[in-house]
Design a protein around this ligand. Structure first.
Ligand code: ADP
Length: 436
């Protein structure tokens, strides 16, 4: 039997006589054998959505259909939907075997069938060796496997996983994630995976629906959603670090585009507004989105605009530089070379094999650019870049290629198809100074 298709149509859940709108008119579909992730911060309505689908909560309005049949009036036990909670929900004093058998015993399944299905599920989840162990004695990841097994043994048509990894110690998560991926591939169940963790959503789901304040603000194929955030909130939620957002107005000016923020202005050289944006008039508000990887750090006098360094987080091969730009927080990812730079220090003080990460204030410097677009306009700085030398409070110049800017409508926060248009014949090899 193929896995069912689930449809949620206009699903709404209101608590406290209207004081709390936990889920606000959401619609989505999970195709047969597909995994949909509901991704969003705590309190955005993910669990309430699952509880309505499994039958623990009744929707205030809207419909839930499994293979085209409404299940809103079908009691929880008869919906053929399995729910795995984040807190394992195993009976700690019972053996793994009794835990796995529980759901089938409740259904008064034949004893021989119970034994066969429990053995099969235990083997599938590599729990055979601990069938007679008390569940409470197992590690967190083993207990979570028991919890998943307890649900799987009842052969639900639709599997709902509510933050199944969030109570596990970080080191155990990759293994359970891998286990879930295998389970998906081998069983081809229709799955809804609820999480606040984008890594889990992006690695396990076919499609991702991003929730915010009870609404779905974007639903997209997993590979697409990172690249094409359709809403400012999605841009600010996905990615590590997420996109930078600056709000202000846009106008053609002096062979480029002038961006006017409440606290400062920037002239992006060698580009123009697309006709569609120009027609909207000069008073429209926009949100400019750009990845931290595309923001380039240069010496202060060479920047299109300026910021102040707040701190540096080293993350292996690269580092995130946190900046304050006229009151707006910005993040920039720079390459962080662990190897000693050849001209960074007097001979003999560093070696290739033993990187020297000591702060050396006299070596303060900025990375050479490695980007496209305006990168050609950014003068090369010393190759002896060392992120440790980027001191808190130091001024920094910032540049950004116009083609790396994603435009959002400043009022609706929805992504606009238009982007700034490069004007190569006007290309100015020197970066323009900031305009006040
Ligand atoms: P998430 O799973 O995304 O963390 P929830 O679905 O648990 O979010 O909660 C969504 C909102 O609904 C929250 O503001 C929460 O406080 C509220 N809420 C959830 N359950 C109830 C309830 N039984 N009574 C009142 N408010 C609730």
């Amino acid at each position: 039997m193929s896995a069912p298709k689930l449809e949620a149509a206009g699903l709404t859940k209101i608590y406290k006589d209207g004081a709390v709108v936990a889920v606000d008119n959401i619609s989505f579909t999970v195709e047969s054998g597909e995994t949909l992730a509901l991704l969003g911060p705590s309190g955005c309505g993910k669990s309430t959505t699952l509880n309505m689908i499994v039958g623990l909560e009744r929707p205030t309005s809207g419909d839930i259909r499994i293979d085209g049949r409404s299940v809103v009036d079908v009691p929880a036990g008869r919906r053929d939907v399995g729910l795995v909670f984040q807190d394992y929900a195993v009976f700690a004093a019972m053996s793994v075997r009794d835990n796995l058998a529980f759901g089938l015993k409740v259904r008064r399944t034949d004893k021989a069938v119970i034994r066969r299905e429990v053995d099969k599920t235990a083997e599938f989840l590599s729990l055979t060796d601990c069938l007679d162990v008390r569940a409470g004695r197992l590690s967190g990841s083993e207990q979570q496997r028991v919890a998943i097994g307890r649900t799987l043994v009842t052969k639900p048509a639709l599997l709902l996983l509510d933050e199944p990894l969030s109570n596990l110690e970080a080191s155990a998560r990759p293994a359970v994630r891998q286990e879930l991926r295998r389970l998906q591939q081998e069983l081809r169940l229709s799955i809804i995976y609820v999480t606040h963790d984008q890594t889990e959503a992006l690695s396990l789901a076919d499609r991702v629906a991003i929730m915010h304040h009870g609404k779905i603000i974007q639903e997209e194929q997993t590979l697409q959603i990172m690249q094409y955030p359709g809403h400012v909130r999605v841009a600010q939620f996905l990615g590590s670090p997420p996109m930078n957002i600056l709000r202000g107005r846009l106008a053609d000016a002096g062979g480029g585009v002038k961006f006017t923020h409440a606290a400062f202005a920037v002239l992006f050289p060698a580009c123009a507004l697309p006709a569609g944006i120009r027609e909207r008039g000069p008073d429209k508000q926009y949100a400019l989105g750009f990845r931290a990887e595309d923001l380039v750090l240069v010496p202060p006098e060479q920047g299109l605009w300026q910021g102040e360094i707040l701190g540096v987080e080293i993350r292996g091969g690269d580092a995130v530089v946190n900046l304050n730009s006229h009151g707006s927080p910005l993040q920039c990812v720079v390459e962080h070379k662990l190897k000693a730079a050849p001209c960074a220090a007097p001979a003999g003080t560093r070696s290739e094999s033993a990187p020297d990460l000591r702060p050396e204030p006299e070596k303060e410097g900025f990375p050479t650019t490695r980007r496209t677009g305006v990168s050609e306009a950014v003068p090369e700085t010393s190759p002896a870049f060392d992120v440790v030398s980027l001191r808190k409070g130091a001024p920094a110049g910032l540049t950004l290629a116009p083609e790396n800017i994603v435009l959002f409508d400043g009022d609706s926060n929805l992504r606009l198809e238009s982007t700034l248009v490069p004007v190569p014949q006007c290309f100015n090899p020197q970066p323009s100074p900031s305009v006040a």
